[in-house]
Design a protein around this ligand. Structure first.
Ligand code: NAD
Length: 253
């Protein structure tokens, strides 16, 4: 069913939330556009400006690593200033109320944690861009350290422990998905009775498989996205309105 008016959509969603015992949200870049972080595929989104750098190129070439870090630092004022949107805050309210056990996200911006989710209840499928890791030994490095090295040498640095390249703690195209998070997301999708896909074009796989899995396992599926997705036909409710307008009424104390 496609919601035809905003008020009706909020009411219908409210009923489904009230009826559900376990709600699992699955979020994409669209929940963070209100926070000032552009998504990938909208006009003016990140992909219209830069093609992503595949993992293989990052590993193989210093110039690819330099470019990846140049782009990351260019985005720092945006990521640094971002605060949770109404969508993030509504989900955090439902989490505090015990309706949501954890959030599954494709986002890398740390805004679910900033909105009040405990770190271990944010299942990050594509990692986190607010810190870095060595791709060899996995040691965590802070962005301030990377920036200081960058400013001194004009190159992306290598790890202080093992001398392998240091990369934002994100999953790039061509890089293996994080096993533990994939597993946990699968468990959550299979054990909820309401699955909310919010602000995702649902074209990035394997992440886009989770709404399908939840539906197959008996959950009701709601898709909130301002443009159609390939999975709309599977959903019990499709809401093509602004996420902040739809989820704003669910922001609690
Ligand atoms: P996407 O860019 O493919 O899709 C975002 C969808 O959200 C689009 O369909 C867009 O129309 C919709 N949207 C944007 N703002 C909206 C709003 N206010 N209300 C309703 N709908 C809105 O993003 P994706 O599906 O998450 O996949 C892209 C990949 O890019 C992800 O894997 C993620 O890792 C990465 N990414 C993350 C961030 C972030 O962390 N904030 C930002 C850009 C890209």
């Amino acid at each position: 069913m496609i919601a035809t008016d905003l008020r009706g959509a909020v009411e219908r969603l409210g009923d489904m939330i009230a009826e559900a015992s376990v709600i699992v949200p699955f979020t994409g870049a669209g929940i963070s556009t209100e926070s000032g972080i552009p998504d990938f595929r909208s006009p003016g989104g990140l992909w219209s400006r830069n093609q992503p750098i595949p993992f293989e190129a990052f590993v193989a070439r210093q110039d690819a690593r330099d470019e990846a870090w140049r782009r990351r630092f260019a985005m720092q004022s945006t990521f640094g200033a971002a605060r949770p949107s109404r969508g993030h805050r509504a989900l955090a309210s439902l989490y505090r109320a015990g309706k949501i056990p954890a959030v599954v996200t494709q986002n890398i911006d740390n805004l679910h944690q900033a909105s009040g989710f405990a770190e271990h209840d944010v299942v990050e499928l594509h990692g986190n861009t607010t810190y870095a890791r060595c791709i060899g030994c996995g040691k965590r490095h802070e962005l301030e350290w990377v920036k200081a090295c960058w400013e001194r040498t004009h190159h992306a640095p290598c790890c202080t422990s093992c001398d392998e390249p240091v990369k934002t703690a994100t999953i790039s195209f061509g890089q293996a998905m994080p096993e533990q998070q994939m597993h946990r997301a699968g468990d959550l999708a299979q054990s909820c009775d309401l699955f909310l896909a919010i602000g995702s074009s649902l074209v990035v796989w394997p992440a886009a498989g989770f709404p399908v899995l939840a539906k197959k396992c008996g959950a009701k599926l709601v898709i909130i996205n301002n443009e159609p997705t390939d999975q709309d036909h599977l959903a019990d409710l499709v809401i093509r309105y602004d996420i902040g307008e739809i989820l704003g009424p669910f922001v609690g104390n």
